[in-house]
Design a protein around this ligand. Structure first.
Ligand code: GTP
Ligand code: MG
Length: 441
């Protein structure tokens, strides 16, 4: 990894089978990050499964046996990928709704996204329709804080319904702009590029099949993405991903620094358990570092806490400014998809940073217009797909979370039920803080 280039996590999202892995594999190939020999090998292997060579690019990313047998992506794949200007960690996400938990995890770590949308007749319409993952992924990306977005209108080569047609592209583009506006993106900043991930049109090389398109290639767009500023001036917050106990060293929680700076010698508190100790050392990629900043994935040894005192979903901060723990809070949510309607008392699963817990929507406070923010109804009886609302939420156990206004990185959440994302939201106000147990030391 070159030191001077800006580094970004880029996630590839979109409805199942719209061509994410194929486009990603081809991008890696065209930029010299994957060689000829590898692609030829995958072409042979894919042909041997009876699918022709159609997965030769996708298999750069789809490396699991089950993924190759089923022809779908299941888990996240991280690959490094360099342009002449930017160093990317590219994250290929699964589109299939069964694996959306993996997609959410990846998106929560992303700085930018390419939303891949197939132009093929029928495929496009299903993806943007209610319950489609084009829609769902756009909402999730927005709420999980991915502010930079590009859209690939893919499969432009498709010979039956697309045929490199400008008209079809414009139709898809118009619908995508409408969708992204509702979701909350400033569409004047979102490039929408007609591509074929399979042939390689407009990925790195400009296509001669679409002379009507004058805009940037996908690579040009990627080069416009900016490294996000590091929120080092905010209080320290590290959501815990895992905790290890290492012989001779002690307890080592692992996580990504979201905000603030952690230095060796800092006094740390984990909430909600209120477990306290001193940070003895910090490691990233097996290298000791004196301090960690936002974006760093670290393991940090803390003296004075036992492994069983801390677990995934807890948040570390400094003792002088400990993480907030909520018994109840007001969230501003958007219903991404619900087959019927949601009323007070509904108790789905809530995901916030690394935490997962059941939570009850105890009160529907106001229905609001997602675009203008105007209140359209006080105390609605129910909420339906597409509605935005202020609701009171009570997690079944105290949850470390912050208001979006103060610490956006810790102020977002998703609500899931029946295998899909029902709603996404941000924390407006913590209405009841938890009383934490007596200080442990
Ligand atoms: P999941 O990860 O399972 O959600 O799928 P995906 O979005 O990664 O799609 P993948 O790349 O696996 O491709 C799915 C199918 O679409 C394969 O049969 C590909 O060959 C085909 N495909 C992908 N890109 C293109 C394209 O640009 N043109 C055409 N015609 N077919 C494509
Ligand atoms: Mg895939």
């Amino acid at each position: 990894m070159s030191a001077k280039k800006p580094h970004l996590n880029l996630i590839i999202i979109g409805h199942v089978d719209h061509g994410k892995s194929t486009m990603t594999g081809h991008l890696l190939f065209d930029t010299g990050n994957v060689d000829d020999k590898t692609i030829s090998k995958y072409a042979e292997e894919s042909t041997a499964t009876g699918r022709g060579d159609t997965f030769k690019f996708a298999w750069v990313l789809d490396t699991l046996k089950e993924e190759r047998e089923r022809g779908v992506t299941i888990d996240l794949r991280f690959e490094k990928f360099e342009t002449d200007k930017v160093f990317f960690t590219i994250i290929d996400a699964p589109g299939h709704r069964d694996f959306i938990k993996n997609m959410i995890t990846g998106t929560s770590q992303a700085d930018a996204a390419i939303l891949v949308v197939s132009a093929r007749k029928g495929e496009f319409e299903v993806g943007v329709g209610p319950g489609g993952q084009t829609r769902e992924h756009a909402y999730l990306a927005r709420t999980l804080g991915v502010s930079q977005m590009a859209v690939a209108i893919n499969k432009m080569d498709e010979p039956d319904t697309v045929k490199y047609s400008e008209e079809r592209f414009n139709e898809c583009k118009k619908e995508m702009e409408a969708l992204l506006k509702v979701v909350g993106y400033d569409t004047s900043k979102v490039h929408i590029v007609p591509v074929s991930g399979w042939i390689g049109d407009n990925l790195v090389k400009r296509s001669d099949k679409m002379p009507w398109y004058k805009g940037p290639t996908m690579l040009d767009v990627l080069n416009t993405f900016q490294e996000p500023p590091k929120p080092t001036d905010k209080p320290l917050r590290i959501p815990v991903q895992d905790v290890y106990s290492i012989t001779g060293i002690g307890t080592v929680p692992v996580g990504r620094v979201e905000t603030g700076v952690l230095k060796v010698g800092d006094n740390i508190v984990f909430m909600p358990p209120n477990a306290r100790g001193e940070c003895k050392d910090i490691e990233t990629h097996h290298t000791k570092i004196p301090e960690a900043v936002p974006g760093d994935n670290i393991g940090f040894n803390v003296r004075g806490i036992a492994k069983n005192e801390v677990s995934r979903g807890d948040v570390a901060g400094k003792t002088e400014n400990p993480p907030t723990v909520a018994n109840e809070f007001i969230g501003r949510i958007i219903i991404v998809y619900h087959p019927t309607a949601i009323a007070a008392g509904y108790t789905p699963v809530m995901h916030a940073h690394t935490a997962t817990t059941s939570a009850t929507l105890t009160e529907l406070i106001q229905k609001i217009d997602a675009r203008s923010g105007q209140v359209t109804q006080e105390k609605p009886d129910f909420l339906k797909t597409g509605d935005a609302a202020l609701v009171k939420i009570r997690p079944l156990r105290p949850l470390p979370i912050e208001t979006f206004k103060e610490i956006p990185q810790l102020g977002r959440f998703a609500i899931r039920d029946m295998g899909s994302t029902i709603a996404v939201g941000v924390v407006e106000q913590v209405t009841e803080k938890a009383t934490v147990p007596e200080k442990k030391s």
